[in-house]
Design a protein. Structure first.
Length: 167
């Protein structure tokens, strides 16, 4: 099983297979526009712009489970993030990342890369780095700024280009 086996909902309510991203390095993030960590959108966008041609895709999954910090409706999400934060990477439909209604993708991500204190997502902007084979490679805490692990992204992109197996 890999990330590519999952289908998620877009902000328009359509189904999107993550298999469409096969062969790309993914950075999957639960986002919230009203969160104190929202300035991370800028660094996520920088990574997206710098590495998308090399095979990186940043996928934002808005989540309203932490102090109602994502009040924007799915239909307005991409536009709000573009206007307020300059975001052009894909923002998918809102998800729950914890609890009984947690999105199956997030259940999988948490199983593959548990956090420092258990597997639950502790806050907005928890980041999962996925290699070009669809394997969850690393989990980063909400407080870890995206540019802090740029070298990990570069390495995965180099491995994908050279065909070097990750595991």
């Amino acid at each position: 099983m890999s990330v590519y086996d999952f289908t998620v909902r877009t902000s328009r309510g359509e189904q999107k297979s993550l298999a469409d991203y096969r062969g790309q390095v993914l950075l999957i993030v639960n986002t919230a526009t009203k969160c104190g960590l929202a300035p991370q959108f800028k660094e996520l966008q920088q990574l997206h712009e710098k590495y998308r041609e090399q095979g990186l895709t940043v996928l934002g999954f808005p989540c309203n489970q932490f102090m109602d910090q994502e009040p924007v409706a799915n239909s307005e999400m991409q536009e709000t993030c573009e206007i307020n934060f300059g975001v052009t990477f894909p923002l998918l439909g809102k998800v729950d990342v914890n609890g009984a209604n947690a999105d199956p993708l997030y259940k999988y991500l948490k199983k593959e890369a548990s956090g420092f204190i258990g597997s639950g997502i502790k806050w907005n902007f928890t980041k999962f780095l996925v290699d070009a084979e669809g394997n969850v490679v690393k989990r980063y805490s909400p407080s870890t700024k995206p540019l802090k692990f740029e070298k990990h992204i570069q390495k995965l992109l180099e491995d994908a280009k050279s065909g070097t197996p990750v595991g």
